[in-house]
Design a binder for this molecule. Structure first.
Ligand SMILES: NC(=O)c1ccc[n+]([C@@H]2O[C@H](COP(=O)([O-])OP(=O)(O)OC[C@H]3O[C@@H](n4cnc5c(N)ncnc54)[C@H](O)[C@@H]3O)[C@@H](O)[C@H]2O)c1
Length: 392
């Protein structure tokens, strides 16, 4: 798939932000600090919120309204950043893409795999870039951790321990699986990023402790099998008290020649061991080196500034960015598969989630050109594989 590039690759890109809630305001902090973009419009169903954001961020020139296309036209927008609630993602993305506007959309790309597949087909039909902002891919220390995994031989096991006390009044407290659907997507996506592999199946259990302030399950234990047989184990909680981990969790990878850890913030540690030089009488490998042989990365923008930089660069150069929608569907499929496993007690194959999503997508009412793209795929897998993930 190819998408339209910006005609002038040096001028600041005129952005309309849709959704002026909690995360929309975080985005405005990043957007107003960037030289690559101009906030030309702010859209929210709640116009008071959009107007308050315009005033608070000193954006007197920005057009405000509740109607995306009207604001985009008046603002001479070139791209949209969608920070609305998940159920509004697909309708807004569709409206923007068919109006010729590329979109950077907050995670999760859609509430279901079926809608996520429709989103990918819509981007193809419109010939525009749709990218998910998986902002937790963008940490210099994580990029270094990914390098480190290349230094410890054949991988067998990757784990994440994630523990937070999360107080988010609003839609998350009513979701049936708030931790899996709203948060674990980040870790699942990072597992794909560092392993450079796709997931095959998952077994997952979830539950909610008696003291939880959420309606849905806030503790999850999931084990994914990836291509090559490596297993990824995720243990997460949003209702822990004390000794919290970082928002990224704590990571550990075991390989044939060593172990690499990431504290989820700054520290990457690597210990390489040589099994052939076992200690006499013990059978234990000898540690041959500690520390990371590749220089730590430290120069790229992080978190949502990283997503934004990747999006803008892709618009200017035409290269496929991280988390372009086709690739991102597979991270979201990990969530849906984990939820299904938790609900049924059975191991769930990622391909079966994609296949069922594809069938449901074809059963839904769709614009003719989107249906035609979906039909041309033949299977979800073929459609997703047709757009290669970035080689970085
Ligand atoms: N990446 C991260 O770290 C991170 C953190 C928090 C939230 N998020 C994501 O950001 C998104 C928004 O979360 P939030 O916490 O800001 O939610 P929120 O409820 O605070 O804000 C959402 C805003 O969208 C507006 N909205 C809803 N439907 C709309 C529509 N059709 N048109 C225009 N505006 C509409 C609402 O009025 C509201 O102001 C979610 O997808 C969430 O998962 C990501």
């Amino acid at each position: 798939m190819t998408f339209e590039r910006l005609q002038d690759p040096t001028a600041p890109v005129r952005i309309v932000l849709v959704g002026a809630g909690l995360m929309g305001r975080n985005w405005l902090t990043t957007l107003t600090g960037s030289r690559d973009v101009v906030v030309a419009g702010i859209v929210d169903l709640d116009i008071d919120l959009a107007e308050a954001a315009r005033a608070d961020f000193g954006l007197a020139g920005a057009v405000v309204g509740a109607d995306l296309l009207g604001v985009a036209r008046a603002a001479r927008a070139q791209a949209v950043i969608n920070v609305t609630v998940p159920r509004a993602h697909l309708p807004i993305n569709t409206e923007a893409l068919f109006a010729g506007l590329p979109v950077l959309c907050e995670k999760p790309i859609a509430p279901t795999v079926s809608e996520a597949l429709v989103a990918a087909a819509t981007a193809e039909a419109a010939g525009q870039l749709l990218m998910t902002s998986q902002n937790r891919r963008y940490y210099n220390s994580l990029a270094s951790y990914r390098d480190a995994l290349g230094e410890i031989g054949e991988l067998a096991l990757l784990t994440t321990e994630y523990a937070k006390e999360a107080h988010f009044p609003g839609f998350r407290e009513q979701m049936p699986h708030p931790l899996l659907v709203d948060m674990a997507i980040h870790a699942f996506d990072v597992a794909r990023y560092v392993l450079r592999l796709d997931p095959v199946s998952v077994w997952c259990e979830t539950y909610n402790p008696g003291w939880s302030w959420f309606d849905g399950d806030t503790i999850a234990n999931a084990v994914f099998e990836f291509e090559s047989g490596v297993r990824y184990r995720y243990t997460g909680t949003w209702t822990t008290r004390g000794l919290l981990t970082s928002w990224n969790g704590v990571w550990r990878a075991s390989g044939s020649h060593g172990t690499a850890t990431w504290d989820g913030e700054r520290d990457v540690e690597v210990e390489r061991a040589n099994a052939e030089a076992a200690l006499p009488g013990t059978g234990s490998s000898v540690v041959v080196s500690r520390g990371f042989s590749t220089p730590m990365r430290d120069d790229a923008p992080e978190e949502i500034a990283g997503s934004l930089a990747d999006f803008i660069d892709a618009l200017r150069t035409g290269r496929v960015p991280e988390s372009e929608v086709h690739s991102n569907v597979r991270s979201f499929a990990m969530v849906e598969a984990a939820v299904r496993s938790a609900d049924t007690g059975k191991r769930v194959r990622i391909d079966s989630v994609l296949d069922e999503g594809y069938t449901a997508a074809l059963d839904a009412p769709l614009p003719d050109e989107v249906r035609a793209v979906l039909v041309s795929w033949g299977t979800a897998r073929a459609g997703l594989d047709a757009v290669p993930a970035p080689a970085s």
